[in-house]
Design a protein around this ligand. Structure first.
Ligand SMILES: CC(C)(COP(=O)(O)OP(=O)(O)OC[C@H]1O[C@@H](n2cnc3c(N)ncnc32)[C@H](O)[C@@H]1OP(=O)(O)O)[C@@H](O)C(=O)NCCC(=O)NCCS
Length: 192
């Protein structure tokens, strides 16, 4: 998915959690085997809160229209709200960050799975205006922590080539032991 038409406004310095970095781009699908529980987050819950970012773990208070707007802003296709709702209801773990000033979601990630062995992470997004300040890492660290605390050690995701560099430091490796991901894909009918 390509980034299209994104207008990114620089954040006030009080909101910056760290210096925004320039990003490299690289390869394909990824997978993580997490053996240990992540205990040290790069940004604490308190530090997030002091900058107006509230961590949320349920869909209560999550405005799906606002979430869809973030999806679209990062280049994901606009989705039917009822389908998003259903998908989230079937989601094992999710985490999002609400910006207290606007009450809107600014970061999101979720995982589906069997609750025991396997999980797949989907929809990792950060509002373009809030990218590069550690929010993506903050949601991923906590989602991985939650999954591994349930004993789930096989955690996979699909990564666009340009985002592999984001996932690698979190413990993901592409094609572990030569294992290649395969996807059965059918073309979807175009929505009117
Ligand atoms: C990818 C995305 C979730 C990252 O979120 P973010 O909040 O901007 O990232 P963070 O600020 O938490 O960055 C954490 C670290 O990853 C690095 N990083 C972020 N994006 C990166 C990228 N595309 N490539 C390489 N490294 C990246 C940062 O430099 C930072 O490094 P540091 O910890 O050494 O300082 C966000 O840019 C996004 O929503 N992109 C569009 C949607 C998308 O592509 N989602 C993934 C679908 S596969």
């Amino acid at each position: 998915m390509l980034l299209r038409g994104i207008i990114s406004t620089p954040l006030p310095s009080s909101l910056r959690l760290k210096t925004p970095a320039r990003h490299k781009t690289v390869a394909v699908s990824a997978h993580a085997s997490i053996d240990t529980k992540t205990t040290n987050y790069s940004i604490s819950d308190q530090a997030l809160e002091s900058r107006g970012f509230i961590l949320r773990r349920t869909i209560d208070d999550l405005n799906l229209d606002d979430l869809n707007t973030v999806f679209v802003a990062v280049g994901f296709p606009k989705r039917d709200l009822q389908k998003i709702k259903l998908a989230l209801e079937h989601t094992e773990s999710l985490l999002w960050i609400q910006y207290s000033k606007t009450q809107r979601p600014v970061a999101f990630a979720r995982a589906t799975g069997d609750g025991v062995f396997n999980a797949i992470i989907w929809d990792v997004v950060v509002d373009p205006s809030f990218q590069g300040i550690g929010l993506g890492k903050a949601v991923m660290e906590r989602l991985l922590d939650e999954l591994s605390s349930k004993g789930i050690c096989n955690i996979a995701l699909y990564s666009e080539p340009r985002v592999l560099g984001f996932y690698r430091p979190l413990g993901f490796v592409a094609d572990p032991d030569g294992i290649r991901g395969m996807v059965y894909s059918r073309k979807q009918k175009k929505r009117k």
